[in-house]
Design a protein around this ligand. Structure first.
Ligand SMILES: [Zn+2]
Length: 429
């Protein structure tokens, strides 16, 4: 996005500008409080600066897709689905005990549950794989080793940190999406790893319908367009065409490889069956959490409440997470507590009233706790990277600069500027 001067619309009662093609009227799900401004899950490698967002589905009764799906779960014949899982495992199980299924993840409760149940209940021989976080939190790292200690081999892929930091910084500056390079790696690495290992079976944990984005829940596969592309030359990283980054920053194919999806053609040739366990087994965050506690020795919650929310156990591996959720608040008006409360309300862990109180208490919270370390991480040495100045305003990253950047990505239909401060036009009341 080009620099947008602060405009009078932010002070007006009736702003006309709506960024990212979001719905003009902000609506919250009557059941779980999720906002209709939430973008749907799409292939990250086609995310451009001018891209209009497709948002999650809302029905006429102001109920979101995830809530409709969670009521439909009761009508599913789960015994029949489990039988399908057993048949699949029988088809792919190795006869000599070699690895026969790849389980991607971080060692959090969902990937722990998926790998452990495949190994102990369905007699599979999983190998787990992980695309490393930017900066591990202390508890994220403990849980990663807790996973391995519970009886799993793991391939940890750690991307070239010079390049990873550069494109993370550019993604923050260009599309206010600092997590994008990690999402690209996390989506694209496991399938390439399975191909490399010649293991034709992959099992993810949950599909995106579990958290509200449109996924065909009658399909056992993860949507393949999330990690495949027609042609590598057509993809975007950090909002820029991949060839522009390569040419202007003088990057090699190898340096950008972790972020590049597999082509449709190569994917077809590899003949990998890729499923989500939540299709076969009724998925519950709470169940996975208790299962992980019971079946491992050292699974830990974060030692402190996560910034922007009330929870200690959701998505806690990476220090950069705090910035990521703050940027979703800036762009879509959805802070981290909204995501957590919506999930917890749907699972019946908290009531809608409790959800409202928790959201109002926490979701506007500024990500202060790791800010100094994150500013160092996002500061780029210009001597190491020629032409970096064409992509970022200044090599040094500061908190003031982060705030300045955030303001450029606010949409007037979501934010109002009043009494020298920002407020949401339509908070959850
Ligand atoms: Zn809902």
């Amino acid at each position: 996005m080009k620099n947008r001067p602060f405009n009078e619309e932010f002070k007006s009662e009736n702003p006309k500008t709506v960024l990212y093609n979001l719905p003009k009227d902000v609506i919250y799900c009557k059941n779980c409080l999720m906002s209709n401004q939430r973008p749907d899950t799409t292939a990250e490698h086609y995310n451009k600066t001018d891209q209009n967002k497709k948002t999650i589905k809302f029905y006429d009764d102001q109920i979101c897709y995830a809530c409709k799906w969670s009521t439909k779960k009761d009508d599913i014949d789960w015994e029949k689905r489990e039988f399908e899982l057993k048949e699949l495992c029988d088809k792919f199980r190795s006869r000599n005990g070699s690895y026969d299924v790849v389980v991607p993840g971080s060692g959090g409760k969902d990937s722990f549950y998926a790998s452990h149940i495949l190994k102990t209940k369905y007699n599979m021989n999983p190998i787990t794989c992980t695309f490393s976080p930017h900066i591990y939190t202390e508890w994220g790292k403990k849980n990663f080793y807790n996973w391995i200690n519970a009886g799993f081999s793991n391939y940890l892929f750690t991307a070239d940190n010079r390049i990873h930091r550069i494109i993370t910084r550019i993604a923050l500056e260009n599309i206010l999406h600092p997590f994008q390079p990690w999402v690209l790696g996390h989506m694209n690495f496991p399938i390439k790893f399975a191909k490399l290992m010649k293991i034709p079976f992959m099992m993810y944990g949950d599909n995106s319908a579990e958290f509200g984005t449109s996924h065909d829940t009658n399909d056992s596969n993860l949507t393949s367009n999330l990690f495949t592309c027609k042609n590598i030359d057509e993809i975007f990283i950090s909002g820029y065409p991949v060839n522009k980054l390569k040419k202007d920053l003088k990057l090699t194919d190898a340096e950008l490889d972790p972020y590049i999806p597999i082509t449709n053609e190569d994917f077809k040739k590899a003949k990998i069956k890729y499923c989500t366990l939540s299709y076969f087994i009724k998925w519950s965050n709470q169940n996975n959490y208790y299962y992980t506690i019971e079946n491992s020795e050292n699974f830990t919650l974060s030692s402190e409440r996560t910034s922007g929310t009330y929870t200690k156990h959701q998505s806690i591996d990476d220090k950069l997470d705090d910035l990521h959720y703050y940027t979703t608040l800036i762009k879509f008006g959805i802070g981290r507590a909204v995501y957590d409360a919506a999930n917890d309300i749907r699972c019946g862990d908290i009531t809608i009233e409790e959800g409202k109180n928790l959201i109002n208490k926490y979701h506007l919270e500024y990500p202060k706790r790791f800010m100094i370390e994150l500013c160092e991480y996002l500061t780029i040495n210009p001597n190491q990277t020629k032409n970096i100045k064409n992509f970022i305003k200044s090599p040094i990253f500061t908190e003031d600069y982060f705030n300045e950047l955030c303001d450029k990505f606010r949409s007037p239909h979501i934010w109002k500027y009043e009494n020298n401060g920002w407020k949401l036009r339509n908070p959850i009341i």
